[in-house]
Design a protein around this ligand. Sequence first.
Ligand SMILES: Nc1ncnc2c1ncn2[C@@H]1O[C@H](COP(=O)(O)OP(=O)(O)OP(=O)(O)O)[C@@H](O)[C@H]1O
Length: 514
Amino acid sequence: MSLEFWERCLGKLQDEVSASQFNTWIRPLQAEESVSGELCLFAPNRFVLDWVNNKYQARIKELLAEFSGENPAPNLMLAVKQPGFAATSAPPPPPPVVETKAPPVATVENDSGYRPGQVTYEPVEEPISGLEFEAPLTLSDSDVLLNGDLEPYEQGQLPLTPPNRKVEVEGGINHGANLNNSFTFDNFVEGKSNQLAHAAALQVAENPGGAYNPLFIYGGVGLGKTHLMQAVGTELMRHNPNAKVVYLHSERFVADMVKALQLNAINDFKRYYRSVDALLIDDIQFFAGKDRTQEEFFHTFNALLEGGQQMILTCDRYPKEIQGLEDRLKSRFGWGLTVAVEPPELETRVAILMRKAEESGVKLSYDSAFFIAQKIRSNVRELEGALKRVIANSHFTGRAITPDFVRESLKDLLALQDKLVNIDNIQRIVAEYYKIKISDLLSKRRSRSVARPRQVAMSLAKELTNHSLPEIGDAFGGRDHTTALHAIRKIKELQDTDSDIREDYKQLMRILTT
Ligand SMILES: Nc1ncnc2c1ncn2[C@@H]1O[C@H](COP(=O)(O)OP(=O)(O)OP(=O)(O)O)[C@@H](O)[C@H]1O
């Protein structure tokens, strides 16, 4: 019965709040009825849970009371249930249940007292013997991964060449914030695909070391993870130029550790990393398979968490899916808040292009931006690359940027893209993904196990290629264009109502466009 009331609640809330609010906070809630008949709403993470508790819980209760005719309203439970990143991910752990009768969840837990504006860097005085390695100081080959592009170390120094700030630490370690000041919240374009990550990052910038520690941002390449992470760092530094905010790529952490071991300066290394106010580590997937590094990071992580110092980590996948990463780290990464960034949808791509053009002092018409956004769907980095090319061409030729000019400027790129994403490729990838044969996709078989992948493949063909409906129908075993149209409509509808299809479609788009 309570599920029925929830359905009616949903209808009402949809009318009352904006579409983006509804999609971000209300739609992700999964409703279930407990054995005793109470309504349980599961949020995908703590951030959504807190938000719903603070902003919507009272209204939901009012509506439940109204629809059930009971006053006070029937019992309502709100809890977190974290989904996996991919369709293949492991089942989530049992959700920690939060009683909604408690006052709205405060946004600060385990508050260390650290606030931007208050922190000044003090070298750590405490003896660090308690932080010594349990394991002997040896490196496995896998830990040594100095990339060609990392600068060679000065004798007696660890790397990190800070562009905007320096902190001297005894023992010759010379580090700094290493932040790129051009990544700010101001120039980050918010859209459905990154709304949650953006809101979470803002929250962390306002309240570092609070409830969302660590903040774990994951998603495909070039989608703004580094930008958001650095925007938090930049904001923390803006509030307090003395805050010790350290941004680094995970390879750098590994390199620092290796060097510290070689130079017998591991205590300085430990002291340094444990003395930061905020530690921002990019592309944490590079820790995979590096046991010694993971061991050290594990201790650093614990020390920072205990000290209430903020950590932000980015990764190209959901923590549980990082192969070669210790389970204890995987689980710790999920202790704070895990948020995804998705490839931006068309409108956001257009908005990003217009913003980037404006930043470059170039006037870009909506039509031209729309043309580029329609063609380049993979990620923002590619989008920026295409725009730069158009702008450079326009500078060289002195011609105005119009959709025709854009088509001409991006001719090679688009031809290459058409070659990579064509109906054959789509059929191959979809067949592999669903573990069926390509011939099944083209066959007359109508069983669900074949018909659904076929509909998904047709939708992808429509979205990713320039083929017409009759061409798409024809390519799938000589079907009619109305069949293709039906398939596309069906998948669009299912994406709103069926989370499996939504995930499958997203994954396939990712595979095909990156
Ligand atoms: N929403 C956005 N608004 C404005 N710029 C964006 C947005 N998303 C990404 N960008 C820009 O796209 C480029 C790539 O973003 P970024 O480096 O943050 O990606 P990433 O997700 O960290 O990728 P990778 O995993 O490859 O490191 C940057 O120049 C960034 O400023």
